[in-house]
Design a protein around this ligand. Structure first.
Ligand code: NAD
Ligand code: UDX
Length: 447
């Protein structure tokens, strides 16, 4: 099948950047990103310095491709009909109610996409799973497609995305690997080839790995679980360092110099955040349990439990320093994003840590260079267990770092470059939850 038109459903952190890069590298293909949220589409079509997501390098890519062969649209039906290949890049959060709540992936958005594809298709399509999905989801998608549409042939591919936020464009330009899972049949292999040919426009062939659908689906969950497991391993050791006088940075360096282990993802922190790690491990735990693998489920679950504990342990370091009472203490929370170079705060350690400090009596002043004030107050309103009034005088969200100057204590929770350079008075106390080696006296994780 010759691919002239791609449609991607979902204009979020994955759909937006991945499709922008495909469009940039494949000027012969029209790429249209659609979304159920028309406001988001409006923003994607607006000024490039105000796109709905912040990613270094993204605005340049959008500037070059948008209007040439990259389009953002709220016409879901029309663009599904036109495309030969459809990517599903919708969110797949953890279920919050019903069977499997708190563990299982909520696939309602994926099911809605499959129903739309079946409804609006008037010719054969290649349907690509870009979202992270439980192993064997392709089966369910196929069922929905053929239940609703009997006239067309649908080939389902798994092509999980491995980009990390903050480095998404760089990751997409030079992927470690592109993974494509497809069916063994002739039509399945033709579909795999069509997608390989797209990536081959800029990714070396030896980095494009083709597998069966189930391996590809599971490899994504497994990759995230293993990355997060390294962080939980080093974070668990940071606790032991604090008790014994060993230094966590020295430990990370010593461990990481073993070429069999390697140095990446061994940085102790106040806990990993982001929309993927926790959700994907919980999904893996659910799958293990579903297939009766209780020990394996327990093993992976512990990675998330250590992470929850790490956030609490870090907050406790601050509280213990003030002998359990933070009343009257003015704490600056530096960083709300879950990591540097993104405006995304999903599962950010800041959310939990700041709540614990607030509950212990502190007045908190929050500053982040990229996360909007509105998002921060929504996180507080929706994600804190402690209910607070909007005009609470103990919570202050500020737009300039200079407005945190009056605080007595600084808690660094995102490794933004500017936090490495700020000048905090000698007399003030710094708790560094990201081990960013601020050159002042400070109290860090693992030390
Ligand atoms: P997101 O929330 O940023 O974006 C998802 C978009 O899909 C939203 O704009 C939403 O309005 C839209 N949407 C949902 N249902 C829809 C429907 N039925 N029709 C049309 N639009 C719909 O999510 P994201 O961070 O881009 O993640 C998407 C998927 O990619 C998830 O499965 C995630 O696990 C996976 N993933 C994310 C990352 C990451 O760094 N964020 C990396 C790799 C993989
Ligand atoms: C992750 C995966 O890296 C990526 O491959 C996948 O596609 C999506 O999930 P992301 O969550 O965007 O990417 O960022 P990542 O760089 O993995 O960081 C996740 C969290 O771990 C951040 O809060 C970060 O600060 C923390 N982290 C990372 C550590 O605490 N220590 C480390 O050594 C590395």
């Amino acid at each position: 099948m010759i691919i002239k038109n791609i449609c991607c459903i979902g204009a979020g952190y994955v759909g937006g950047p991945t499709m922008s890069v495909i469009a940039l590298k494949c000027p012969h293909i029209n790429v249209t990103v659609v979304d159920a949220n028309p406001d988001k589409i409006k923003e994607w079509n607006g000024p490039v310095n105000n796109l709905p997501i912040y990613e270094p390098g993204l605005s340049d890519v959008v500037k070059e491709a948008r209007g040439r062969n990259l389009f953002f649209s709220d016409d879901i039906a029309g663009n599904i009909e036109k495309a030969e290949m459809i990517f599903m890049a919708v969110n797949t959060p953890t279920k919050t109610e019903g069977e499997g709540a708190g563990m299982k992936a909520d696939l309602r958005n994926i099911e809605a996409c499959a129903k739309d594809i079946a409804k609006y298709s008037k010719k054969d399509k290649i349907v690509v799973e870009k979202s992270t999905l439980p192993v064997r989801t392709a089966e369910k998608i196929k069922e929905i497609l053929y239940e609703k549409s009997t006239d067309n042939h649908f080939e389902i591919l798994s092509n999980p995305e491995f980009l990390a936020e903050g480095t998404a464009i760089q990751d997409l330009f030079k992927s470690d690997r592109v993974l494509i899972g497809g069916d063994d049949s002739e039509s399945g292999q033709n579909a795999v080839k069509a997608l390989v040919d797209i990536y081959a426009n800029w990714i070396p062939k030896e980095k494009i790995l083709t597998t069966n659908v189930w391996s590809s689906e599971l490899a994504k969950l497994a990759s995230n679980a293993m990355l997060a497991q390294r962080i939980s391993s080093i974070n668990s050791l940071s606790g032991l360092c604090e008790k014994t006088g060993a230094n966590i940075d020295e430990l990370s360096k010593a461990i990481g110099m073993d070429h069999r282990i390697g140095p990446k993802f061994l940085k102790a922190s106040a806990g990993f955040g982001g929309s993927c790690f926790q959700k994907d491990i919980l999904n893996l735990v659910y799958l293990c349990k579903f297939y009766g693998l209780e020990q394996e489920a327990e093993y992976w679950h512990q990675v998330v439990r250590i992470n929850d504990n790490q956030k609490k342990r870090f907050a406790k370091k601050v509280i213990d320093y003030f002998n359990g009472d933070l009343s009257g203490i003015r704490v600056a929370i530096l960083g709300w994003a879950f990591k540097a170079n993104t405006n995304d705060s999903r599962e950010s350690a800041s959310i939990k840590v700041s709540e614990i400090l607030y509950k212990s009596g502190a007045s908190i002043t929050i500053y982040d260079p990229m996360v909007q004030k509105r998002s921060i107050s929504n996180d507080i309103k929706n994600l804190w267990d402690t209910k607070v009034k909007l005009n609470d005088k103990r919570i202050n969200i500020v737009e300039k770092i200079s407005e945190t100057k009056k605080c007595d204590t600084f808690v660094i929770l995102t490794e933004w470059e500017e936090f490495k350079l700020i000048d905090i008075e000698e007399s003030k106390i710094i708790f560094d939850g990201r081990n960013i080696n601020h050159n002042k006296n400070k109290i860090s994780i693992g030390k």
